[in-house]
Design a protein around this ligand. Structure first.
Ligand code: URP
Ligand code: ZN
Ligand code: ZN
Length: 455
């Protein structure tokens, strides 16, 4: 395939050229390349690396409910939104299980279903010598990142966090974590329950910004004692938490990376007071409007490295209704795997908040580097996988659930106007999406064996 005359942008550069693709790989980039086969005319269009979403929850079983996208519907939705690779945060297994229990399970959930390339972050439920030894094995199998939680059923103690960070540093793996202070949340939930304060806004009030900031601070201080452990903060939601990261960096801590998500850039806590407030129950919760702006500033100032989604969908009319009388009974999470690239492109690039290169970096290149997939993924270079999206800047549309492929009955971004239109998603040289239609076979996605992070 030849992609002709597009405005190519990478994280570093913007230029007009043709891209020749052979066997799924970028073979040549240059001017006036002749080719007798399939040609896409990309004149006046942006030609960009496919987006990478390093935080999805396909098939996630949270006990009271199961996320409604599996690896087929979820990756079709991802592809239709311009994402060509995902890394899924795998769910917890039975108490005491070893790391491979869940990794093996997720390989079988994804294989034969995923339509774009994929990987998994391992999940830590407890620490002992066997688990620490197993980390090296999963690293050698291409799973070079792992997540721990500071709340929920399998949260780690500070003692275990120390041990784990020491080990991931030794192995050169990336540690990711869900930062929330469990004790405070537990107390506030109990208090609100006793006071019969059970509407969705109390979900937000039970998980204040300080809970997130404190948990991040604790982990960064532990990292500082050990010394510059590569650390990745998932779904950062507010500026107090970001200040903690900035302070730690100013005090000399290196290798701390921050992810935020579109929900914390576009939505705010006022939504919890609407009658459909259950749609927005997620953790961490939405914050006030000022935080939206401060997080955009964090992106502009390079304090935040990655935008991912934390895609974790539950239908509003089914699963979310479990929380109708009591927010604590509502499954946590919201969809977003399909809408992220164009939301960020529209508000970021088209409204001149960020450059096209910054867009590529934050949605594709940095995630590829931090999670060991670069330069196979995350860039347009000779030798890279031909994972490419083509965007027309002269079209506008509105997000509506009716045009999305996510397997869920709502979008938190309903009616948001999008400047620009995704024309093509190309994965390893195949057009997999054209004009919002998925064109390829179920199961064509491949597991990506990842290297250690490029810091
Ligand atoms: O509410 C959320 N974010 N659910 C998904 C699991 C997690 O904490 O990332
Ligand atoms: Zn989380
Ligand atoms: Zn998550």
């Amino acid at each position: 395939m030849l992609i002709k005359n597009g405005n190519i942008a990478t994280a570093f550069d913007t230029f007009k050229a043709d891209i020749l693709i052979e066997n799924g790989i970028i073979k040549e980039i240059g001017k006036n390349i002749d080719y007798a086969g399939e040609v896409i005319d990309a004149t006046d269009k942006f030609v960009l690396p496919g987006a990478i979403d390093v935080h999805t929850h396909f098939d996630l079983d949270v006990g009271i409910a199961k996320a409604t996208d599996d690896f087929f519907t979820g990756t079709v939705a991802a592809a239709c939104g311009g994402t060509t690779t995902i890394i899924d945060h795998i769910g917890f297994g039975p108490s005491g299980c070893h790391l491979h229990h869940q990794i093996d399970k997720y390989h079988s959930l994804a294989k034969g279903k995923a339509v774009i390339d994929y990987s998994f972050h391992g999940v830590i439920q407890h620490i002992n010598d066997d688990i620490l030894d197993e980390l090296e094995k999963i690293k050698n199998e291409g799973i070079t990142s792992i997540k721990f939680y500071m709340t929920y059923d399998y949260m780690l103690s500070d003692y275990d966090i120390y041990k784990l960070l020491e080990k991931t540093k030794e192995l050169g793996m990336m540690i990711t974590f869900h930062p929330e202070n469990d004790g405070v949340i537990k107390y506030l939930k109990e208090k609100f329950r006793k006071e019969n304060k059970l509407t969705p806004i109390y979900h937000a009030k039970s998980r204040p910004e300080e809970c997130e900031a404190e948990a991040i601070n604790r982990v960064l201080m532990i990292s500082s004692i050990i010394g510059d452990v590569p650390i990745y903060v998932v779904h950062l939601s507010n500026s107090l938490a970001l200040e903690v990261v900035k302070n730690a960096r100013e005090n000399g801590l290196n290798n701390v990376f921050v992810e935020t998500c579109p929900q914390y850039l576009f939505l705010n806590e006022d939504l919890y007071n609407q009658k459909d407030g259950l749609k927005y129950i997620m953790s961490p919760p939405l914050r006030n409007k000022k935080n939206n702006d401060l997080l955009w500033e964090g992106i502009i100032n390079d304090d935040i490295q990655v935008i991912a989604t934390d895609h974790c969908p539950f239908n509003y009319n089914i699963e979310k209704q479990m929380g109708i009388k009591d927010f604590t009974k509502c499954p946590n999470g919201a969809p977003g795997v399909e809408t992220r690239p164009m939301l960020i492109f529209s508000k970021g690039v088209m409204e001149n908040k960020i450059s096209i290169n910054k867009f590529v970096d934050i949605c594709s290149t940095k995630p590829a580097k931090l999670f060991g997939m670069y330069p196979k993924k995350g860039t347009i270079e000779v030798g890279s996988d031909a994972d490419i999206i083509i965007i027309d800047t002269n079209s506008e549309s509105k997000i509506t659930v009716d045009n999305l492929h996510e397997n869920i009955d709502y979008s938190p971004y309903e009616n948001i106007k999008i400047k620009g239109k995704l024309l093509y998603t190309i994965s390893r040289g195949e057009i997999i999406v054209k004009d919002n239609e998925f064109l390829q076979e179920k199961g064509r996605g491949q597991f990506v064996k990842r290297e250690i992070p490029l810091l």
